[in-house]
Write a protein that binds this ligand. Structure first.
Ligand SMILES: Cc1ncc(COP(=O)(O)O)c(C=O)c1O
Length: 396
């Protein structure tokens, strides 16, 4: 059954063109059947296959499948050494998961403003932030919307200031920078397979790393701090019952049921990216030049963009504000979304850290008018044209 999957699923019947929609084919169904027939539903061979094929696609030595990107970020932060009292740069223009995992570990996020147009942390922003916070040792770096941040330059700045980067690539599979795949630039990169992402397992995530020690720590902490994995314990002939607990770990493993869907999706990820690139190109072609609208800024080769989101900004000068625009689009059956209300405006971060809107001028300018258009593999170019017609009618 095909169904609409986005945050507005309660009203899904009303959208002729949903904001997001998953595509499940014969590959996922066949692999799921294999798991159902295997007699073992949780983490085992299918998860291992998914990990191996994912690592191969990235070009990383190790991949660890987990039950969300939030779990991946938590495990990655723990493995990198973020602890009570650590300070961590995090962009304000992101989902709360990028920052909340810092708090899980008793550390504090230092929220940074981002570049207007890309919503990324740039080398200039990072250098300025280091001047004000010379004691920061970590950064969560979000590859916003599917466009990669400038990894080589950021790596070099972080290298000379002893800052470790945890990459949040929840939006960025499969993304590249100068032809090099996301996940092959740094220490640990985390991916999301949440229901609206470029490939999905319903809920799920993945960490990739080339570092054997980090991988070992992640594997142990992913499953209760136990020193051997559950599949081996229950299914390997002659394997004893005994195991040791070496840490107070978490329960973050991905079940084979989810891995089967992920593995089925993986083979189609490149094709779907191309579809999304064509959709983004059409949006640019049709919406360029509307006076009261800023389109996303492209800093990478168009072939390298994963295009999870097409986020644009309705300027203050427009006759229609963002919320009225969203209502009007919804009335004609077109789903949209907002990425994001920045974290410095969220009560928890604002109150806890005494944050002021005026310290985040770029994100404030974005936030007042940001809205993301539909972008998924079910969209035909005729649908994209219908969306563009509506945008032009309302804002042109
Ligand atoms: C930038 C970013 N990071 C992390 C997450 C968390 O992903 P998950 O829902 O898989 O935990 C999301 C989810 O939307 C996200 O957008």
């Amino acid at each position: 059954m095909d169904y609409v999957q986005d945050h507005t699923h309660e009203v899904m019947d009303k959208y002729n063109i949903p904001f997001s929609r998953i595509r499940i084919g014969i590959e996922e169904r066949t692999l799921l059947q294999e798991v159902l027939d295997s007699g073992w539903l949780t983490t085992a061979g299918m998860t291992r296959r998914f990990e191996e094929e994912f690592a191969q696609m990235i070009g990383a030595r190790f991949a660890s499948a987990v039950n969300s990107c939030t779990a991946a970020l938590h495990l990655g932060a723990e493995a990198l050494g973020i602890r009570q009292g650590s300070k961590v740069f995090v962009p304000t223009m992101t989902f709360t998961a990028s920052a909340e995992i810092i708090r899980y570990l008793g550390a504090d996020p230092i929220l940074l403003d981002v570049d207007y147009g890309t919503n990324l942390i740039t080398p200039a922003i990072l250098e300025e932030a280091i001047l004000h916070h010379p004691d920061v040792q970590y950064m969560v770096l979000v590859h916003y919307g599917g466009q990669m941040a400038e990894m080589p330059a950021l790596n070099s700045i972080c290298g000379s200031h002893n800052i470790k980067i945890l990459e949040d690539a929840a939006h960025a599979f499969p993304a590249r920078l100068n032809g090099q795949t996301v996940g092959s630039f740094g220490n640990i990169t985390c991916f999301s397979f949440y229901a609206n992402k470029t490939i999905t397992t319903g809920e799920g995530g993945m960490l990739v790393t080339d570092d054997e020690e980090l991988h070992a720590r992640i594997k142990t902490m992913r499953l209760h701090g136990i020193n051997r994995d559950i599949w081996g314990r229950f299914t390997t002939k002659g394997s004893g019952w005994e195991y040791d607990v070496v840490e107070a770990g978490f329960k973050y493993n991905m079940p084979d049921l989810a891995a089967a869907i992920g593995l089925g999706q993986l083979g189609k990820a490149e094709r779907w990216r191309k579809t999304r690139q064509d959709i983004a190109a059409r949006y640019f072609q049709r919406l360029q030049g509307i006076p009261h609208l800023d389109l996303p800024v492209l800093n990478v080769d168009p072939q390298d963009h994963a295009w999870h989101l097409f986020p644009m900004v309705i300027k203050d000068s427009s006759r229609l504000n963002r919320n009225d625009f969203i209502d009007s689009m919804s009335k004609v059956g077109i789903g949209t979304s907002v990425h994001y209300k920045p974290l410095h405006r969220m009560t928890y971060y604002k109150d806890r850290y005494g944050l002021r809107n005026e310290d985040y001028p770029n994100s404030e300018k974005t936030w007042k008018g940001n809205v993301s258009l539909p972008l998924h593999s079910f969209l035909e170019l005729e649908d994209v044209d219908l969306v563009c017609d509506a945008v032009i009618r309302l804002l042109g």
